[in-house]
Each structure stands twice: as C-alpha cells, then as structure tokens.
Design a protein around this ligand. Structure first.
Ligand code: NAD
Length: 266
C-alpha cells in the first residue's frame, strides 16, 4: 500500500474505541488524524489510551473534526443513540464509515447504502468484527446440514444485560437456514426446574451462562449416532476484534455502497 489510510475514531475514549486508537497508532499503513468522544476532549489521544503522546488532541464535535482532519475512514464505536447521526455526518463529509456500534434499523441501513452510493464511497456496518466468531457461525451452519441435532451454549460476564447473546441468536438464525426443521428432544420431556432446558429457537435450544471472569465464549454442540461435534469460539479481550477492524478499514476503500456484516468483506 503506497499512501497511509487516514482514520478518525469516534468513541475514542470508550472500551472498544481505545483499542481502535491503539491499533491505528501501531499500524504502519494507517494514520490517526482525529479522535472524537464526548469524554476525554482536550487530551492527547495517545495518552488517552495509555500509549505515548501522538499529537492528535481528542475533540467532542464530530462534524468539526471531520471537516478539519479530512479522514478517509471514520471508525465508530460509540453508542446506539448517536451512531446513526454520526454515520450520516461521515457520509456528508465523503468519509467512509466503518461502524462497530450497534443500533441500526434495516430501513436506516438501506438509506445509508443509497447515500454512500450517491457519495460514491464505501461503508461497513459490522455487529461482530471477530474473525473467529464469524467462522464459528459459518462452520455451525455447515454442520447443521448433516447433524441437525444441535444446542448452543454461550458464556458471558455476569453483568451482561441481555440473554441470549446477539451472537448466539445470529448463529441460531444461520443454523435454521440449513437445518432440517423439527423439534428436538423427547416429546414428553418435563422441565422439573423451569428454564433447565434453555430457550427454544426453531426447535433447538440456546443456553446462557453468566459468570464473573468470563468475556465471551460460545459452543455449538451437535449430536449424531455414536458421535458429537463441538465448534467452540473463545474471545479473551477486546483487542481480539482489532484484526477485523483493520481489514474493514482497508476493504472499505475498495468498493461503493454500505455493506452490512463483516462476513461479506473478510
Ligand atoms: P463504551 O461505553 O465503553 O464506549 C462508548 C464511547 O462512546 C464512550 O467513550 C462515550 O463517551 C462515547 N460517546 C457517546 N456518545 C458520543 C457522541 N455523541 N460522540 C462521540 N462519542 C460518544 O462502549 P463499548 O464497550 O466500547 O462499545 C461500544 C459499541 O460497540 C456498543 O454499541 C457495543 O455493543 C459495540 N461493540 C461492537 C463490537 C463489534 O465487534 N462490532 C464488539 C464490541 C462492542
């Protein structure tokens, strides 16, 4: 790659945003040109994320930051309530949005696709940037064609608000596309303790484990005659998403329109 890709980061003080800032500063093909967050404004972005000063001062106003820094790409890990507006702002400036924050409706994604095409730029909205998690889902969907008896067990920290996880639901949706439809288990099965068999999705079960010390793990367990198959993915830390974010930043430079889902560009 000849020229560096100029990157702005929105949500730069957040847990994911800090990892993105560190990744961009450490990558020889990327250049950090702006760091935006409603908290931490006025601080050097390097110091904000615990590395050496980099000369980019974090600011609070995205519109002004994009106008001044003229980045190629905006990586957004803010919050659901602002991410749609941020993405509109980026496209208005001709800046390619690479969005990890969640919270878009299908209609908004369609509208943003049209706006990216009008501006002749690419965009990426990716609810999961983990390469291993995407492969786990794809392998599970493949296995379900041959081994339709399946249960999903997902593990997260005990403070997670929602259950089951978004990744387990997405996995279940992909499995349901390839799996023969039927209700698993004994038709006379009785739950002595309500909830013991987990939540049902399209005839199979999802179980949510919540424990302190756990970050994000998922097992997809298939059972057949005299055999079982387990497909397991373990996320240990937020830095694990960064190889995916880097691929997203590089790929978004090469196409036009808004792509939804990291699996389409990785
Ligand atoms: P966080 O709360 O630690 O960080 C969010 C940051 O956004 C905060 O620093 C906050 O100050 C900032 N912010 C809020 N409003 C803003 C605004 N108007 N302008 C600029 N900055 C603003 O959250 P997090 O754990 O880093 O997660 C961020 C998002 O990323 C969530 O939506 C989460 O679900 C999502 N996420 C996605 C992936 C993925 O692979 N795509 C992985 C993990 C988390």
């Amino acid at each position: 790659m000849s020229e560096k890709i100029k990157v702005a980061v929105a949500g730069a003080s957040g847990r994911m945003g800090r990892e993105v800032v560190k990744m961009v500063l450490a990558d020889e093909h990327l250049e950090l040109v702006a760091a935006v967050d409603r908290s931490g404004a006025g601080s050097d972005a390097g110091e904000l994320v615990g590395v050496k000063p980099c000369g980019i001062i974090a600011v609070g106003d995205l519109d002004a930051a994009l106008g001044a820094a003229k980045p190629d790409v905006l990586v957004d890990f803010t919050v659901p309530s602002v991410v749609y507006g941020n993405t509109l702002t980026a496209i208005k400036h001709g800046v390619r949005p690479v969005v990890g924050a969640t919270g878009f409706t299908p209609e908004q994604i369609q509208e943003l696709d049209g706006l990216c095409r009008e501006a002749n730029i690419g965009g990426l909205i990716a609810p999961n940037f983990s390469i291993g998690a995407i492969l786990m889902m794809q392998f599970a969907a493949k296995a379900a064609e041959y081994l339709p008896h399946v249960e999903i067990i997902e593990y997260h920290g005990d403070q997670k608000l929602d259950a089951p996880s978004g990744t387990s639901i997405k996995t279940a949706e992909l499995i349901a596309e390839t799996r023969k439809k039927f209700k698993q288990g004994n038709p006379n099965e009785e739950e002595i303790l309500p909830g013991a068999r987990g939540g049902e999705y399209d005839g199979f079960r999802i179980h949510s484990v919540r424990l302190p010390g756990v970050f994000a793990q998922q097992e997809v367990v298939f059972g057949g005659y005299g055999q079982s198959l387990k497909i397991r993915h373990d996320s240990y830390e937020r830095a694990g998403y960064m190889p995916g974010v880097k691929i997203g930043v590089e790929k978004v430079m090469t196409y036009t329109g808004m792509v939804y889902g990291f699996e389409h560009v990785m």
